[in-house]
Design a protein. Structure first.
Length: 317
């Protein structure tokens, strides 16, 4: 298989890994919203069945808590196997050692995430549940970073100086991370609501400022990720308002929420999942900014390009 075909398959594998991870997160988010994390009191067994042998589908429509929690466990096993395949494929086809070891980091992240989830059950700990949810965003962001690093655009030479965008990119990532953690406090501990709302205003304004600053650059690669971040964040803000409406109601409209209704379940779950997408997109945008700055500097100073694919570097990075 030639190098360009290898890179295409590596990129597809990285993207598919992130997509499979989102299925795991979907079940996990539904489980949290339904407060079904302790549907089974033990980790490696579900009602005395080893996890792969539990008759999962019998709970569909009859016991949603067990259906969602066990579905989350099965999806966790799937992403574990998928991550192993990611490592194998990278060590067979990828010539850049840093990318190969990034795939190992993804696998280790998935393993740690599984252990966190197991400890959360064994100790019946909401604190561990909160860390379990927060670490999911880190792992997905690492998967998204792999997808970027194996893409064709990764090696495009940039000539525009974008060093001034780096501080903004870092601040945006940190702001969204704080906002995501505050959201986790609300979901798992029932606290931090006003801080979450106040921070939302600040980081949303920051997202728009970042997009306008990036838009003035000549690099479409950066502009696409900056405006995608605006679109996702705007959607997330609207989802937050919908989640608020279905959870707390709105007296001026005479709207009274129905606890555990399907609308409330879906609104809160999708809002939680979008939080991970927004954070991962901010990490991808920051990675693109730093990559473009490095490429531009390498062209200007005639220095070797770090982490370049063999077609560009002529050698393994």
């Amino acid at each position: 298989m030639n190098s360009s075909k290898s890179q295409l398959w590596l990129n597809r594998m990285a993207i598919s890994t992130a997509c499979v991870a989102m299925v795991t997160i979907l079940f996990g988010a539904l489980t949290t919203t339904k407060d079904a994390g302790m549907a089974f009191p033990h980790w490696l067994y579900s009602d005395a069945y080893p996890m792969p042998l539990y008759p999962w589908l019998k709970d569909f429509g009859s016991n949603w808590n067990k259906f969602l929690e066990h579905g989350h466990r099965l999806a966790g096993m799937l992403i574990g196997l998928w991550s192993i395949a990611l490592v194998v494929l990278n060590f067979r086809l990828e010539q850049r050692s840093v990318i190969r070891w990034m795939s190992v980091a993804v696998l280790l992240g998935v393993i740690c995430q599984g252990i966190l989830g197991g400890l959360r059950v064994e100790q019946n700990s909401r604190v561990l549940a909160m860390f379990h949810g927060a670490f999911a965003a880190v792992v997905v962001s690492l998967m998204a970073s792999m997808a970027v690093a194996t893409s064709k655009q990764w090696n495009e030479q940039g000539t525009t100086n974008v060093d001034h965008l780096k501080p903004w990119a870092v601040v945006i990532v940190l702001a969204i991370a704080i906002q995501y953690l505050l959201g986790g406090l609300i979901r798992h501990r029932g606290t931090g609501l006003h801080e979450h709302l106040g921070m939302a205003v600040l980081f949303y304004l920051g997202i728009w400022v970042n997009a306008f600053i990036v838009h003035r650059s000549k690099e479409s690669w950066l502009k696409r990720s900056a405006w995608l971040l605006v679109i996702l964040t705007t959607t997330q803000v609207l989802l937050g308002l919908v989640a608020w409406l279905f959870k707390y109601g709105f007296a001026p409209w005479g709207f009274v929420p129905v606890m555990n209704s399907m609308e409330q379940l879906l609104a809160r779950t999708v809002h939680s999942m979008f939080g991970i997408l927004v954070f991962a997109t901010s990490v991808v945008h920051a990675l693109r900014v730093f990559r473009m700055a490095h490429l531009a500097q390498s062209v200007t100073e005639s220095r070797p390009v770090l982490f370049a694919s063999p077609e560009l570097a002529g050698e393994v990075s």
